[in-house]
Design a protein around this ligand. Structure first.
Ligand SMILES: C[S@@+](CC[C@H](N)C(=O)[O-])C[C@H]1O[C@@H](n2cnc3c(N)ncnc32)[C@H](O)[C@@H]1O
Length: 283
């Protein structure tokens, strides 16, 4: 399969801001609103990342602070290729063990005999368990009874959460990702872990028409979640659980409000390194 523009190729913008305070926070907030996905604060400003598939030049026109005469902001732009997580893992990472019950390891790591042993060859996809958001989603799943449930893993990446959902008893899992690398990689990982109940699907929220689930997992990012929460709500049966991650504590209230508007209520949340793992329940 050819790799489309939705592959995870990012544009990196290095913003230099004078004076730095308080404008770096304002810039991050406005870029986040406009569609940037993540940020790193630097000594001279902010580095922001936006998907290449988004027309970043035109969204920058809507970022008011760039027109503010009280602050001087310059930027440099560069294209970032997808990360080869396999190479990163080989170089830097050990297997990840969550709550002594679930291990996420590469094929070249020895099995240790934990209750849930997941073998992932991530290639270019996100989802080895090293990221705080994946870690918290695994923790939530270890606390949930998924027996005989129909589950949606939205933004499935390597497929790690969908695979664990099957191991936790799910009857059927739809693992959906908009990125072709992730789609192909999740198919391989599902086979590798004999997760026969996991259907890997390429696409976004448009794939959810006329689908219904007892349980939804969505570890994506703030902007996609805010946009697609109404669609997820339509698919979630009454009384069903939805787990969210991919956003920071600053955005927790915003995500809760978006959920409340579509009859999804707060249950609980956890935090790791300022990332949130949120559990909500549909009325
Ligand atoms: C943070 S990763 C999560 C991967 C994995 N579920 C995990 O928890 O480690 C987010 C994933 O969402 C996918 N994604 C981004 N936008 C999406 C959308 N609109 N619909 C479905 N998937 C999307 C990305 O390609 C990426 O694989």
């Amino acid at each position: 399969m050819s790799h489309s523009v939705t592959d995870q190729i990012y544009i990196e913008y290095q913003f230099t801001i004078t004076p730095l305070q308080p404008w770096n926070d304002v810039l991050i907030a406005q870029l986040g609103e406009a569609g940037f996905e993540s940020f790193v604060e630097t000594e001279t400003g902010v580095t922001g990342y936006v998907l290449k598939s988004i027309d970043s030049d035109s969204i920058l026109e809507s970022v008011d602070i760039l027109k503010n005469e009280m602050v001087d902001i310059a930027f440099a732009k560069a294209e970032i290729e997808p990360t080869n997580w396999n190479a990163e893992w080989e170089k830097n990472f050990n297997p990840i063990t969550v709550d002594n019950r679930c291990e996420v390891r590469a094929p070249f790591h020895e099995a240790t005999g934990v209750e849930y042993d997941i073998v992932i060859e991530p290639k270019m996809s996100f989802g080895t368990g090293h990221h705080q958001t994946t870690h918290m989603m695994i923790q939530h799943l270890l606390n949930e009874d998924l027996s005989d449930l129909k589950v949606l893993d939205m933004g499935s990446g390597t497929g790690v959460l969908g695979i664990l959902a099957q191991m936790r008893g799910a009857l059927e899992v739809d693992a959906i990702d908009i990125d072709t690398w992730c789609y192909e990689n999740a198919i391989e990982n599902v086979e590798r872990n004999n997760a026969d109940n996991v259907n890997v699907i390429l696409g976004g929220a448009e794939q959810l028409e006329n689908k219904f689930y007892d349980f939804i997992i969505a570890n994506i990012n703030r902007n996609i979640l805010l946009q697609d929460i109404p669609v997820y709500s339509k698919c979630l049966k009454s009384g069903g659980t939805i787990l969210f991650s991919g956003f920071y504590t600053e955005d927790l209230e915003l995500i809760k409000q978006a959920c409340n508007k579509v009859s999804i209520q707060y249950d609980s949340h956890m935090v790791r390194d300022n990332w949130v793992g949120l559990k909500m329940i549909k009325n």
